[in-house]
Design a protein around this ligand. Structure first.
Ligand code: ZN
Length: 398
């Protein structure tokens, strides 16, 4: 290594048991996205931990419309270099879900709701900042930890908080889980969806000749063609999620059918192409006598594409891991969206997937490899230290 590893960073593996205990206590607090009281309790636990760790930090609880308040912790807002570290404290497990508490499966594996998505990442974020604060050049770097309550439902209320943070900071670090093999996230698909509703004409099924217009069949034809769009536009995903239509009587030609479809795109440019294809398919159905197809398309989180500043900091992330003697890793494209998408859309370069290793998120088999908490915190703390010391040139070119 080009310099001695600061003692607080070297000491992180020794804190492992204490960090796992902290994670277990957080994961045992139900904080499903729609459980306001549980989310308030979880934010309270986070506030206690951050206030204890950073007594001089400014702590705020900004409003997050549609959910409970977020938690924002800022230290040294006047320092020349400003980083944003983010994570969400909601989970997909609601108050009524049977999956409520952690189980220690063995010395390394902790199973429990939100342990990897992403309360484990919140522990990494906290531990990394604690270690960083004791390094010699910390005064040169200011940071904001933004912890939000609504990621699993699309970050509708917290999106403005990310946009605001993006204007004030130079780079974002998102502590969503790493991939199960340790890779971090290079890029993410953007998310959206559409509702397609067809109105046809009802008639008795046995009438000859029949002037009925079968809305279910027209919608089915539209959906089948739409679901083949990805063969022409690689990087686009189309998933027909549900369909409703017709009535109780099967001897009636149904005059109504509607479907909801999930859409994902890899590049911002895919959106326009996808929209044009969908509207062309809708126009084909609408050109037929007696049919009316209405299409409501909505894009939520734009895609996160890879920027040069991200390439540069990722190389530093890998170098830090190598200097710490950790297992090497790469970075990959993923179909799932996160708040990294919002930061990219707001122009803030960011690295995502910096949390610990685990798998089976969004299921009652969700687990974390707890032996990866301290190493992931060490990498983050070492990169922060190298930015603060000037060893890593910063801010990077956008
Ligand atoms: Zn997550």
């Amino acid at each position: 290594m080009t310099q001695i590893l600061p003692a607080s960073i070297a000491a992180l593996p020794g804190r492992s048991a204490e960090l796992v205990d902290l994670l277990e206590s957080w994961a045992n607090l139900n904080s499903g996205s729609n459980h306001a009281a549980g989310l308030d309790r979880m934010r309270g636990a986070l506030r206690t931990a951050f206030a204890g760790a950073f007594p001089t930090a400014e702590i705020e609880e900004p409003e997050c419309p549609g959910s409970v308040r977020a938690l924002r912790v800022c230290l040294r807002p006047q320092a020349p270099t400003q980083l944003l570290l983010s994570g969400h404290f909601d989970t997909v497990f609601e108050a009524s879900d049977p999956f409520q508490r952690c189980t220690r499966v063995d010395a390394r594996i902790l199973r429990g709701p939100g342990v990897i998505d992403m309360k484990g990442g919140l522990v990494v974020l906290l531990a990394a900042l604690q270690a960083f604060e004791q390094t010699p050049h910390a005064a040169r770097l200011g940071w904001e930890a933004l912890l939000t309550p609504d990621e699993e439902t699309g970050s509708h209320g917290s999106a403005p908080l990310f946009a605001e943070a993006a204007r004030r900071r130079h780079f974002g670090l998102v502590f969503e889980p790493a991939r199960p093999n340790g890779d971090i996230v290079r890029s993410r698909k953007g998310t959206g969806g559409f509702v397609a509703t067809v109105r046809g004409r009802a008639a008795h099924a046995a009438k000859i000749p029949n002037d009925g217009r079968n809305a279910i069949l027209a919608l089915a034809e539209f959906l089948l063609t739409a679901s083949r769009i990805p063969t022409e536009l690689p990087g686009v995903l189309v998933n027909v999620g549900n369909i409703r239509g017709g009535g109780p009587a099967t001897n009636v030609v149904p005059d109504f059918a509607t479907a909801e479809v999930d859409l994902r795109v890899t590049q911002a440019a895919d959106r326009e192409l996808l929209l044009a294809r969908l509207h062309a398919l809708a126009a084909d159905i609408n050109s037929r006598d007696g049919f009316r197809l209405e299409l409501e398309v909505r894009f939520n989180r734009p895609p996160k594409e890879c920027l040069p500043a991200e390439e540069a900091l990722f190389a530093e992330w890998q170098r830090a891991a190598g200097d710490l003697g950790l297992v090497p890793f790469s970075w990959v494209h993923t179909g799932g969206a996160s708040d990294g998408n919002l930061l990219s859309a707001a122009g803030l370069p960011n690295l995502d997937g910096l949390g610990p290793l685990g798998d089976q998120l969004h299921s009652n088999r969700e687990f974390i490899d707890t032996s990866t908490i301290a190493p992931r915190a060490q990498i983050a703390a070492l990169v922060l230290h190298r930015i603060a010391s000037g060893e890593i040139p910063f801010p990077p070119a956008r």
